[in-house]
Design a protein around this ligand. Structure first.
Ligand SMILES: [Zn+2]
Length: 293
């Protein structure tokens, strides 16, 4: 193939890819850049306008929850700098689940800064045994690859990172290895309880998807409901989103900007249980719909 032909083939692939309904997630990611902001005390938002990344300053190093989409690591690094932190101080990354839009920075941080990577044990197993389920192929960049976790999170783990102790649960449903976690955030002498639920999307509950992975009885949907119920009654002052849509991250931030002296819009005690109940009701309706069975 001549250079000219190779270029034409590249252009043809690119034009073809643009027609894919998912391609917009991976192209022009910089259009989703969000200037980082403080959610509460030592908890910051450094994600984009679609997928969340949270930064926790533990006093003895930075902890990230998720590491952004594949292809968006430069944005994440810029957001950490812009928030006033040094990306080299990221000592730990906890991954909500093993999907391509949540672990984009994992290998970069590990190689550059020796960051320790955490992932739910079932998703670590999925990386080894069924890597196609991580959908890294959606990134369309053959240079991307799955990461090797340094620690596989198990049900009931209680782990300490600097001044922050985090309690973990496995909440299978969106993937088998989704994690939920709970920890205290500090603002001076004030403390608020943060709650995080690592994956709500119903894309992995669709009929065709479940049949393809071998769950012909759609058992995953029942497992998802059980996971919601398991952590629904946790006391949570601040619900941190997995995607911005979960807790209206950007709308709440706009309220911070509009009313800087007002109450913190992220402190909302009932929001956790309300949202988990909403997902339960949506899933029950989804399961009742003959089109999904
Ligand atoms: Zn996902």
């Amino acid at each position: 193939m001549t250079m000219k032909e190779a270029y034409q083939a590249y252009e043809n692939r690119r034009e073809e890819w643009k027609k894919n309904r998912l391609s917009h997630y991976w192209m022009d990611q910089e259009s989703r850049y969000v200037h980082p902001f403080q959610i509460y005390g030592n908890v910051w938002y450094v994600g984009d306008s679609w997928v969340c990344v949270h930064l926790i300053d533990t006093g003895e190093g930075l902890l990230l929850i998720d590491s952004g989409s594949c292809g968006a690591t430069a944005m994440l690094v810029n957001a950490i700098w812009e928030a006033g932190f040094n990306p080299a101080d990221v000592k730990w990354i906890i991954h909500s689940h093993g999907h391509v839009d949540h672990f984009g920075g994992a290998n970069f941080f590990k190689k550059m800064f020796g960051t320790k990577l955490y992932l739910g044990e079932p998703d670590a197993r999925m990386f080894r045994e069924r890597p196609e389920i991580a959908v890294i192929q959606e990134s369309r960049n053959d240079a991307d690859y799955l990461f090797q976790p340094d620690y596989e999170i198990r049900e009931g783990d209680v782990l300490t990172f600097g001044n922050t102790t985090i309690t973990f649960y496995l909440v299978p449903g969106h993937t088998d290895g989704c994690i939920a976690c709970f920890f205290d955030a500090y603002d001076g002498d004030q403390v608020k309880r943060c709650g995080y639920y690592g994956g709500f999307g119903f894309n992995t509950l669709q009929k065709d998807y479940l049949i393809e992975i071998g769950d012909t009885a759609y058992n995953t949907r029942k497992v998802y409901l059980e996971s919601l119920a398991k952590v629904r009654d946790q006391k949570v002052d601040i619900f941190l989103g997995n995607h911005c849509i979960n807790n209206q991250t950007l709308e709440r931030h706009q309220r911070q900007l509009d009313h800087p002296e007002g109450p913190n819009p992220f402190v909302d005690e009932g929001q956790w249980s309300r949202y988990l109940d909403q997902k339960r009701d949506e899933l029950l309706a989804f399961m009742a719909d003959p089109a999904n069975n």
